[in-house]
Design a protein around this ligand. Structure first.
Ligand code: HEC
Length: 248
């Protein structure tokens, strides 16, 4: 009897400890998800700029001055409030796609560089970047990257993208954080969002001012019209550019 009791007690304790561990793991997962949601929310809500839409649905937000004058602060509040619930939802969807694009490409690029060096990195970027973009272009979304100086000409910006990239450069040079550089634009038929991509130490080898000659050869082989070099750490390299067709 005593033995049985001990056995039951041990089992109960074991059960509790398992339950405790599972609960702990769940709580941790929730905390991570929560943190992710907060980051997303912060990233997209800090300063989304709302551009004039074709039918004038949303008023133009601030431009130029980035000094945090009371006027600008007021305007930033307006920006946040101006995004309707529908737009907030679209911003969230777009941000998730941006995050996926960036995580997947970084993983592919990192693995390629580690196993085959920078030349392999170029090849992987060449074959995988457009594929990842295509894979994420579902449910009416089109997902891509663009820049004022492109490597792949398919990524050439249109007029709105050119204007937005120029604006991002100016805002970044005046001290705004790259991760806050987001602009949205919407009308009844389309929703568009751009998010700046800053330069980073690892990008310099392939987009910086001095490219290794053998790497240069590989780049030229795939991209004879490459103009995506000469960037420094103080530059915005380009932007993610997303569009959703709302008429579907
Ligand atoms: C191994 C070389 C390599 C490295 C490292 C690299 N890139 Fe690229 N990058 C490329 C290639 C190749 C393309 C063209 C991809 C394509 O065909 O779509 C490209 C394209 C881009 C584009 C799309 C616009 C364009 O020019 O066509 C952006 C934006 C970009 N890279 C940003 C970055 C950033 C930011 C980093 C650092 C985090 C980085 N790249 C690191 C090789 C590289």
């Amino acid at each position: 009897m005593k033995r049985v009791l001990i056995y039951v007690a041990a089992l109960t304790l074991f059960g509790f400890s398992q339950f405790g561990l599972a609960a702990l793991a769940q709580a941790k997962q929730r905390a991570v998800l929560f943190e992710f949601a907060i980051n997303q929310a912060e990233a997209v809500h800090t300063q989304p700029r709302l551009n004039d839409s074709a039918d004038g649905k949303v008023e133009r937000a601030t431009e130029g001055s980035v000094e945090k004058t009371p006027e600008l602060k007021k305007q930033m509040m307006l920006d946040r409030n101006a995004a309707s619930n529908d737009q907030q939802e679209l911003i969230t969807q777009a941000s998730l796609r941006v995050k996926q694009f960036s995580t997947q490409l970084k993983a592919e690029l990192g693995a390629a560089i580690q196993s085959g060096g920078l030349n392999a990195g170029v090849e992987v970027c060449h074959s995988k970047a457009p594929k990842i973009a295509e894979r994420l272009s579902t449910e009416g979304w089109s997902v891509a990257r663009t820049s004022l100086k492109t490597r792949n000409q398919e990524n050439t910006p249109d007029q709105w993208e050119t204007d937005t990239l120029t604006q991002f450069d100016a805002r970044f040079k005046q001290g705004e954080k790259a991760e806050n550089l987001i602009t949205i634009r919407s009308d009844k038929k389309h929703f568009r969002l751009m998010k700046a991509i800053p330069m980073d130490q690892v990008c310099l080898a392939c987009h910086g001012t001095s490219i290794n000659p053998s790497l240069q050869k590989t780049i030229q082989k795939y991209y004879p019209n490459d103009s995506a070099t000469g960037f420094s750490l103080e530059d915005i390299r380009g932007a993610f550019t997303l569009q959703k067709d709302l008429s579907e």
